[in-house]
Design a protein around this ligand. Structure first.
Ligand code: HEM
Length: 647
């Protein structure tokens, strides 16, 4: 008997023993798994059934997450479009990040470039009557009954307005769908018409392109480069980059007052300005300063470098600083548990930790020394892209409040370094062109201190800002469009239009136990009643955005577990698929000084300290720049991280 026949027999025996204990919805999925993966799935599934992974001791929690990530890397990455085969170019000819994201993956020069396809984590929801699916239940009804803000709910001290701005700053680095020229109109249904800010609104369809492949026949394209390449400040093509460079010593344009410069129409000059607000503009300006400081340091160290070389090294270093802050600072505050602290640090530094890596370098592979600096990029056989599902779980507009609470920075700090409140600025005054003007009156310091001291909105039902339901959207060049949109309803429509699975199928496809009744989703009686009003008993119809907002949260998580699983997979992928975070994360590609810059920058606070030391000294009490600044600094915990048990 051959080895494979023996394995097949063991597997069928194992399946027949465990099938009764496995949720029936997964029987088909496990029939497609390898023997080892079936075994790994059983572990994950039994832990899920007990609902205990967040409560496991840190080292066991990490083990659970590692197994899950492995399964998703194998079963939740689908290529969209056709990929070229064979050696394509010599990566040595491109030791820098190109302006349009090409030439990163040595086997596929267009992977991750401007205009490349969005990938998929879940096969498109293609079945059934499309037209009915697009409109049922009516997106404006869903938005009004389940999303629209009733009363502002915030995240307590966990996450502040800098954190909310940061994630939009990242979205503007990673994703934006290309649109069609054809317009669609949504009309408010009678039942909620008098509660909708717009009785109808028009918007452009998402543009679909044939892929030339059999499995997924059509796909959407990304206007932004999905690599973590800082395109939010550098742009996703040569034309944008040209506008922002000074062509002197590698530097980018910035005003004396530390804010972005503007063109004659009042548009900010930066990598991506579409649908920006003052918070994002402030971060763009801060990282232009960071880029310019890197260029200064490199010029001082290596006198021979010309403008182009300085720009290229500056971009590599600044992009890596952004990626690192996101990994070990922002995400740690978003998912505030010891297991996630350990997991995110392991992604960057490995289980052996920073001290070991700083001393001995990258040894023993990704698990011990982290994804960053590993020997070669890893895309798990699927060319790198961000995915439709990734976009869906990042629909986090509920993070935004109705007002920015402007602080008086000329007064003496109050308790825990908090500045007195001066004025409540309505958010609509801070978006688009008006926002840029308002920001120039507020100034960098007051804007940052105010955002630092204000909690952002919670990601839950009935917390979607009303002002985004009557919004002037912008063109790619930052020009206002004539047609206002109801962004909440539009988002519900977008997920359906892009064939993203609805909530329950989304969970199933991610090997998460699906719900069978509304009570499985939430304990909130009012939510259950309204879900029933909108969807009846049909839990399969629940929209992904609504499900993500309604789901009971894991303690310490600002997002749902369902969204988190996409993060687990894609946050890793952004690092490990990228040549400049793996094989080329070295002194040769970054310069010695450049690599040192990345290795010694650990947080957004470090960047703020570099450029505005007086801000953090005077106004920041918290340890992280992403938690509310008057909260107490992190207390030392004597228990070693991997041995901690979540409370
Ligand atoms: C004042 C701030 C913001 C404004 C004015 C704004 C506006 C918009 C608009 C007009 C769209 C395009 C809608 C469409 O046609 O499909 C959009 C898409 C999106 N926004 Fe925001 N947004 C803001 C903040 C945020 C924040 C804080 C997040 C948090 C992650 C976010 C995440 C997204 C995502 C994921 C998309 C979908 C992108 C795509 O379709 O590829 N936005 N936003």
């Amino acid at each position: 008997m051959s080895c494979s026949t023996i394995l097949a027999s063991i597997r069928s025996l194992l399946s027949s023993v465990v099938h009764p204990f496995v949720h029936t919805d997964f029987h088909e999925a496990i029939s497609r798994m390898t023997f080892i993966d079936c075994f790994l799935f059983f572990i994950v599934h039994f832990v899920d059934k007990l609902g205990i992974w967040p409560k496991l001791p840190v080292f066991l929690g990490l083990f659970y997450l590692a197994i899950r990530r492995h399964l998703h890397q194998k079963y939740n990455l689908f290529n969209v479009g056709r990929s070229p085969v064979g050696i394509r170019f010599n990566p040595g000819d491109y030791p820098y990040r190109t302006d349009d994201g090409k030439y990163n993956d040595p086997f596929n020069e267009v992977a991750g470039s401007e205009g490349s396809f969005f990938g998929r984590n879940i096969l498109p929801d293609d079945g059934g009557d499309r037209k009915r699916k697009l409109m049922k239940p009516d997106p404006m009804l869903v938005a009004t009954k389940l999303l629209g803000r009733k009363e502002f709910a915030d995240t307590g001290k966990q996450f502040n307005m800098i954190a909310a701005s940061w994630i939009q700053f990242m979205i503007h680095d990673w994703v934006d769908h290309l649109e069609d020229t054809e317009q669609i109109e949504l009309i408010a249904p009678g039942a909620v018409a008098n509660q909708c800010p717009l009785s109808s609104f028009k918007f452009y369809k998402t543009k679909e392109f044939p892929t030339g492949s059999y499995e997924i026949k059509s796909g959407m394209r990304n206007r932004r480069t999905p690599w973590w390449d800082g395109s939010v400040i550098y742009g996703s093509n040569a034309e944008t980059l040209h506008r922002i460079r000074t062509y002197k010593d590698g530097k980018l344009k910035i005003e004396q007052n530390g804010l972005l410069p503007h063109d004659q129409d009042g548009n900010a000059i930066s990598g991506d300005i579409r649908n920006n607000w003052a918070g994002v503009s402030t971060l763009q300006a801060l990282f232009v300063k960071e880029h310019n400081a890197v260029c200064d340091a490199l010029k001082k160290e290596y006198r021979d470098l010309d403008d182009e070389e300085l720009y290229r090294y500056g971009r590599l270093v600044t992009s890596a600083v952004i990626a690192k802050i996101h990994t070990i600072d922002w995400t740690v505050e978003l998912l505030k548990t010891d297991t996630m602290l350990a997991g995110m640090r392991a992604n960057w530094y490995g289980l052996l930790g920073k001290k070991f890596k700083d001393t001995f370098g990258h040894v023993g592979g990704a698990i011990l020394s982290g994804l960053v600096g590993q020997r070669k990029p890893e895309n798990h056989g699927v060319p790198y892209s961000l995915t439709e599902e990734f976009v869906s779980v990042y629909r986090m507009h509920s993070l935004l409040p109705d007002y920015l609470q402007l602080r008086d920075i000329n007064a003496a700090p109050g308790p825990n370094k908090s500045p007195p409140l001066k004025e409540k600025m309505p958010m609509p005054n801070l978006i688009g062109h008006k926002g840029e003007k308002t920001l120039s009156e507020i100034g960098f310091t007051k804007q940052v201190v105010s955002m630092g001291h204000q909690a952002c909105g919670a990601l839950q039902l009935w917390n979607y800002p009303w002002w985004l339901r009557d919004l002037i959207p912008q063109d790619v060049d930052g020009k206002d469009r004539p047609d206002h949109v109801d962004l909440a309803a539009l988002e519900v429509y977008r997920d359906r239009e892009r064939k993203v699975a609805r909530y329950n199928q989304f969970r199933r496809a991610l090997l998460l136990i699906p719900i069978s009744k509304w009570e499985d989703l939430t304990d909130d009686k009012q939510a259950i009643k309204t879900l029933y009003e909108v969807y009846g008993n049909n839990v399969e119809e629940l929209d992904i955005l609504v499900g993500l907002m309604a789901e009971k949260k894991i303690k310490g998580f600002a997002i749902s577990e369902t969204a988190f699983i996409i993060f687990l997979l894609m946050a890793t992928r952004r690092l490990e698929a990228d040549r400049f975070f793996t094989k080329d994360f070295n002194e040769e590609t970054y310069t010695k000084k450049g690599l040192e810059w990345v290795n010694t920058t650990e947080s957004l606070k470090n960047v703020l300290d570099r450029h505005y030391p007086e801000i953090t000294k005077k106004w920041m009490n918290s340890s992280s720049a992403f938690s509310v600044w008057d909260s107490p600094p992190q207390r030392h915990n004597p228990i070693p991280l991997y041995l901690r048990i979540p409370s």
